[in-house]
Write a protein that binds this ligand. Structure first.
Ligand code: 9G3
Length: 580
């Protein structure tokens, strides 16, 4: 390809709305252009990389016995009524009507579609296990699409669905996919960590998210300094050393605390640390009010709390509910004498002695509060958010915090969808059984953005060899100089004949402009030919990843490039695939 032909409109500046590096660089390098909020056009360079990611995914899914299908984007509402999910996602689901007024949605995911297919086509245990996958656009009307394609409203996902006869079969496929994902991301040159995550709405009982570590990541994870425990903070467990109990219990006492509402103000006023306080947070949903108790220096994890009381979600109670239940405005809630709501206490609260809490009356707090003696929670269960610095459940390590971009997730679904849609198979005895399902997603477009997020510097993108839109860019200092033109045209031909993906920068631009564009777009290998190098029939080679530069004879350029490309791609292969 010649730069004079390539549609790669590089930019010096980008719109202010581009906040994170990958969003800026993908616009500046001419990989994509915004068509509407959260909706993007992929230009030639961006689409070449996307196709390489898809090729790696296909290879690993096929190697794991996945069979590729293509499912419809337009999904009939009937199936979502059968799964009872038509209204679960509110405005996030793109809904539309056809000319006969029938309702459809634009597929945000494909559990319903694939289960409806399989319930018709699978009848016998002999047809199991079955792994079907697609690489297809998905549509989710995000409230705030941002960070470019990181959180888009139209994006490309690989979604694979596994169908097994029993839990053992699902477990086997779950871990087969888990390891296939490790290979996919390694081959994409992406550093990821699988973390335990909360199954949330999707149901089922086990799920891991593959997080690409990056400061710009929206997900917060913790991982152990000692063992390989890693979890999304939504569900992360941790251990904290509770204060030593003296066994000397103070009497319960009310203290007047005019207008003291927060833990900080209370600490100031009473000269006591937050860790001596019981923070009481009221939550509610349409049919219950819950008081969550955690130590003053901890935070309530509302996902853990919702799961603890067996509901999908809970919201912080509003002022009116707080007044109604506690008899006081916000800031004075406490567990002693609290009625009309369920009291859920974190285990660390039950370790406390002579604690301070709200007094359920305006401007009143209580001291000498001893759990068990002065109040009995309805349930004691982990409802706090794990924090970096906590001890790991393994007992040896400390939890380290990091931010991640969720690029993949693997779920055990069990029978949630086969039950809802009646997808069964006959076993050896002719008994009808529900299919046991798993689902496994990779955000293809998000993976590309995550790679840029992890692989860039001030000059631009640094593509891993496996994903670079082209491997080599040949830059003549002056293409209008006959001798340079002859040499680089020949070089371009030889590289192309050797199967190397090469761009020739034949533009009538100053060398500096060409070098800047080459670094911005992030071609891994740059070969420069100019008057100086021509004297000795040499060329200068520069590696984008290390900045290393060296001069070699023109006659060695092709083999040198070929070897570098092979070695770089080989280095990204997981051990099992090396040296094949
Ligand atoms: C919807 C809308 C948004 C959604 C869903 C449904 C997320 C929905 C969860 C999943 C789970 C897995 C298969 C591939 C891997 C992920 N957002 N989820 O079900 F209607 Cl609007 O998609 N699906």
């Amino acid at each position: 390809m010649r730069m004079s032909m390539l549609l790669a409109p590089t930019l010096r500046e980008v719109p202010a709305e581009a906040e994170i590096a990958s969003h800026k660089l993908m616009l500046r390098a001419g990989l994509m252009r915004k068509a509407a909020a959260g909706i993007y056009t992929y230009l030639p360079l961006g689409y070449r990389t996307l196709q390489k990611i898809e090729a790696i995914i296909r290879e690993e899914m096929n190697a794991a016995d996945g069979q590729e299908v293509l499912l419809p984007i337009l999904q009939p509402a009937e199936l979502w009524h059968e799964s009872n999910r038509w209204d679960d996602y509110g405005e996030e689901m793109f809904k539309l009507k056809d000319r006969n007024g029938r309702q459809f949605c634009l597929g945000p995911t494909h559990e319903e579609i694939i289960t409806a297919l399989v319930r018709t086509e699978i009848r016998s245990y002999r047809q199991l296990p079955l792994l079907l996958y697609q690489i297809q656009n998905k549509y989710r009307d995000e409230i705030r699409p941002r960070f470019g394609i990181m959180r888009g409203r139209e994006f490309i996902m690989k979604d694979l669905y596994s169908f097994d006869r029993d839990a053992q079969g699902l477990d086997k496929n779950y871990w087969k996919m888990y390891h296939a994902y490790e290979r996919v991301f390694a081959r994409c040159g992406l550093k990821t960590r699988p973390v335990e995550a909360d199954p949330g709405a999707i149901g089922g009982n086990m799920t891991h998210e593959f997080m690409a570590l990056a400061e710009a990541g929206e997900a917060e994870i913790v991982y152990c300094s000692h063992c390989d425990y890693a979890a999304n903070v939504e569900k992360a467990q941790s251990v904290i050393s509770s204060g030593k109990k003296t066994g000397v219990l103070e009497g319960l006492a009310k203290v007047s605390t005019p207008n003291i509402r927060t833990v900080e103000e209370l600490g100031e006023f009473l000269g006591r640390p937050a860790s001596d306080m019981i923070k009481t947070m009221l939550y509610h949903n349409s049919d219950m009010v819950v008081a969550a108790l955690v130590r003053g220096d901890h935070a309530v994890n509302d996902i853990k709390l919702a799961r603890a009381v067996g509901v999908m979600e809970l919201e912080l109670a509003d002022q009116a509910t707080i007044e109604e239940v506690t008899g006081a405005p916000m800031g004075f809630a406490g567990p002693v004498g609290l009625k009309g709501c369920r009291i859920i206490a974190d285990p660390t609260v039950m370790e406390m002695e002579n604690a301070i809490s709200g007094g359920n009356a305006v401007d009143v707090h209580m001291t000498g509060v001893n759990p068990g003696r002065d109040f009995k929670p309805d349930l004691v269960i982990d409802i706090r958010t794990a924090q970096p610095g906590d001890s790991c459940p393994c007992g040896q390590g400390t939890l380290i915090g990091a931010r991640g971009i969720e690029v993949g997730q693997v779920f055990k679904l069990g029978t949630k969808y086969s039950q809802a849609l009646g997808a069964t198979f006959l076993d050896e005895a002719g008994e009808e059984n529900l299919l046991i399902m798993g689902c496994y997603g990779i955000g293809v477009t998000r993976t590309m953005a995550a790679v840029v997020e992890q692989c860039h510097d001030d000059d631009g993108i640094i593509w891993p060899m496996s994903l670079a839109p082209y491997h080599v860019i040949v830059v003549p200092i002056n293409y209008r100089d006959e001798s340079q033109k002859a040499v680089v045209d020949a070089l371009y031909e030889d590289l192309t004949m050797a199967g190397i993906e090469v761009v020739l920068d034949d533009r009538n631009e100053r060398p500096g402009v060409k070098f800047k564009d080459a670094d911005l777009i992030g071609f891994p290998i740059r070969i420069t030919v100019g008057p100086r190098t021509l004297e000795n029939k040499e060329a200068e080679v520069r590696l984008r990843s290390t900045g290393e530069e060296y001069v070699i004879p023109l006659s060695e350029v092709v083999t040198n490039a070929k070897e570098r490309i092979r070695r770089a791609i080989e280095a990204e292969l997981p051990d099992s695939r090396r040296g094949r």
